[in-house]
Design a protein around this ligand. Structure first.
Ligand code: SF4
Ligand code: SF4
Ligand code: FES
Length: 686
């Protein structure tokens, strides 16, 4: 340890040496000395509001809050004596007396920091009269409720909303005993700008904020041992780290690994924190086959596998062939095995359910690759350094809410400019510039933007790469080739172009509205624009491409996207096999014309239920392990099996291998380890 940066002090007669920028609380915790806290949270700024953490320093008559008091050389700290305990008990009593803390009626009882502290400090009755004021409960959000009667005004939620979620929705209203936490201008959660990330709920030390999903199970301490699994979230491709609490085989709650050290601050968004807890109903839990009466009937796995294998073998022999579509939500192992079995093993074709959104991206990336060798998207973590963020043609608040939280923080903490064209997703409070442009006019506006940026780019560095850009985009420089945009819009786009070119670390977040039906010139123009400001490490363009599904980058990497044109035009193969997906993804019209339809899924939309000949259940992503590539293809994450699949539901890779065995496909890996090794090798990641 650098001697200059440290101080020596004693805590409870123990001599310690710690970094000089620490607080007493941090120094104590680093040396295994416990000081109770309430308003303090390690991922939040220190506030010093509750004074539960008081300690005695140098025998001074006044106790100090250890969470905000810095250490100094020679300091003598006492963390526990009768005077300190009395002070803590008094504060605690007032907290209990001020609002309604009848623990037996509280969902959080057994997992409440306030309640634990009462036990720890031996507070078995109140010596002050309780107040019987009644405060409202806000239960307008589907995921979480705010019960002001249990709130101790510690402000953790207010700080988490601002410092972690970058949202500043929460604040205080009123004064004194009537002080309440409020949302925006005292709106109900439903009407406020809250994005339901739930980070406030995670840091709340009491039952004031509680999750509405599975409230009967939310109490960690009440019954039975809790198994906590730390793994990644596989929902949107950002691979956030989470902590999953499971008891009696039930998922009770999901927490983020909050940390100020990570670019995303260890948060989770509503899709990762709450949606896995939502029971969507309609789960497929047993194999089904269509009978002679044209109805679906439950059957055994053996029968369903035989019927599906027979359908696939027949399809292979017919002209239209065998076609498989896998969802971008599936793990790398599932995608690789599905493709390998259908293409290498059976001579069929494998594509992606979400191919419409991903094919243009693949086209544009290939085109860039042809012109400028080795370019790729940058990692999404670069959002944490950007000083100008351009959002174009996407709705990240729907697809990737966590990125929106990082964009808000960039604006709030670093004063980054946030500009948007087309869709936005960032509230106007955080946006510097916005050009409202309909989807069908976006391509022209992007051309105009690139033309203006080129004008502002001055002379090019005469290296090959820049000469190439010039030759590629020369036609754009000609003003005559541009359609006129309305004056007001033109001015905003011109400001966006100049802001982008004048910033040091600009970044573009582009969404699916930029491309469609195989047309990707607008996407290419955005790539050229990104290139004008130079590259990030690893040949990264200053560009993040929003894509559907939890693992789209894997489908791109394994080239598992398109299906043959004749199948696309005709409607389907003679046998169509679908893996994954659900209500969320379009099927591109292929289903209605399939002669034989097999589905392996956890939830099957009505449209498919009416047509499928065989349906096999599939686990949810939390019910089977698998690897996932991050949205940008930069990071590989492993998702553990948090829950066992329900009885009767087999893991997908076991189902695919059983199918392969019945269709005569050999030489596929037979264990998860060998499957992972083959998948990684196929992705050049071994
Ligand atoms: S918030 Fe905590 S202390 Fe208050 S009633 Fe609920 S369990 Fe008891
Ligand atoms: S709602 Fe929870 S986190 Fe927020 S001030 Fe009240 S007790 Fe603290
Ligand atoms: S924890 Fe230190 S003042 Fe609240």
């Amino acid at each position: 340890m650098d001697q200059k940066a440290t101080v020596r002090l004693t805590i409870d007669n123990k001599e310690i040496t710690v970094a000089q920028n620490m607080t007493i609380l941090e120094a104590a915790r680093e040396n295994g000395i416990r000081i109770p806290t309430l308003c303090h949270h390690p991922a939040l700024s220190n506030w010093g509001g509750c004074r539960i953490c008081v300690v005695e320093v140098d025998k001074a008559p006044r106790l100090v809050a250890s969470c905000v008091m810095p250490v100094r050389e020679g300091m003598e700290v006492v963390t526990s004596n009768e005077r300190i305990l009395e002070s803590r008990r008094t504060i605690l009593e007032f907290l209990f007396a001020e609002r309604n803390h009848y623990c037996m009626f509280c969902a959080q009882s057994g997992d409440c920091e306030l309640q634990s502290l009462a036990y720890e400090l031996g507070m078995d009755h109140l010596t002050v009269p309780p107040s019987f004021k009644e405060f409202p409960i806000d239960a307008t959000n589907p995921y979480m409720a705010l019960d002001h009667n249990r709130c101790i005004l510690c402000g953790r939620c207010v700080r988490a909303c601002k410092e972690l979620a970058g949202n500043s929705v929460l604040n205080y209203q009123n004064r004194g005993a009537r002080t309440l936490i409020c949302k925006d201008l005292n709106d109900l959660t439903e009407d406020s700008s809250c994005d339901s990330s739930g980070v406030c709920l995670q840091v709340c030390p009491t039952g004031a904020m509680y999750q509405r999903l599975r409230p009967h199970q939310a109490v960690l301490g009440k019954r039975g041992p809790v198994r906590v699994v730390q793994t990644r979230c596989a929902v949107c491709g950002l691979l956030c780290q989470g902590q999953y609490s499971v008891r009696d085989g039930n998922l009770m709650r999901i927490d983020g690994l909050l940390s100020t050290q990570r670019p995303d601050r260890g948060q989770l968004c509503r899709k990762g924190r709450f949606e896995p807890l939502v029971n969507k109903g309609g789960r497929i839990l047993e194999p089904m086959v269509r009978g002679k009466d044209h109805e679906l009937h439950p059957t055994t796995w053996e029968d369903a596998l035989e019927r599906l294998a027979a359908g696939m073998m027949q399809g292979r022999q017919r002209k239209a062939g065998l076609l498989g579509l896998v969802s971008a939500d599936c793990s790398c192992e599932e995608i690789w095995l599905f493709k390998e079995m259908l293409e290498e093993g059976m001579g069929g074709h494998a594509g992606l359910l979400e191919r419409e959104a991903l094919l243009p991206i693949q086209g544009a990336l290939k085109e860039m690759e042809r012109t400028f060798l080795g370019l790729r998207e940058c990692s999404w973590v670069h959002l944490s350094e950007a000083d100008f963020i351009l959002l174009v043609g996407g709705h990240p608040e729907e697809s990737h809410p966590l990125l929106v939280s990082m964009i808000r923080r960039a604006s709030m903490e670093r004063g980054a400019w946030v500009a948007s064209m087309g869709g936005s997703g960032v509230s106007s409070a955080f946006r510097t510039l916005h050009a409202e442009i309909a989807s069908h006019e976006l391509a022209e506006a992007v051309r105009f933007l690139l033309a203006r940026a080129l004008e502002g780019s001055g002379s090019f560095n005469p290296i090959t790469r820049w000469r190439r850009i010039l030759s590629e985009v020369e036609p754009i420089r000609s003003k005559d080739s541009l359609k006129e945009l309305p004056l007001q819009l033109r001015e905003v786009v011109e400001q966006i172009a100049s802001g982008f070119m004048n910033s040091l670390h600009p970044l573009i977040v582009a969404g699916p509205e930029l491309s469609g039906k195989g047309e990707y010139s607008a996407l290419q123009h955005v790539m050229f624009l990104a290139l004008l400001k130079g590259l990030l490490p690893q040949n990264g363009l200053r560009l993040i491409l929003l894509k559907p599904g939890g693992n789209p980058a894997c489908a791109l990497r394994l080239n598992c996207l398109g299906i043959p044109e004749e199948s696309e035009a005709r409607g389907a193969g003679a046998c169509l096999l679908l893996l994954g997906g659900g209500q969320n993804h379009g099927l591109g019209g292929v289903v209605p014309r399939a002669d034989f339809l097999g589905v392996i899924g956890s939830h099957v939309p009505e449209e498919l239920l009416n047509k499928a000949h065989v349906i096999l259940p599939r686990p949810l992503w939390l019910e089977q392990e698998g690897s996932y590539l991050s949205l940008d293809g930069h990071e590989m994450g492993h998702v553990s099996e948090v829950l066992s699949p329900p009885p009767g539901v087999r893991r997908s890779w076991e189902t695919l291998l059983a199918l392969a065995g019945r269709t005569g496909v050999r030489a596929l890996p037979s264990t998860m380890e060998s499957l992972r090794a083959r998948t990684m090798a196929a992705m050049n990641l071994s």
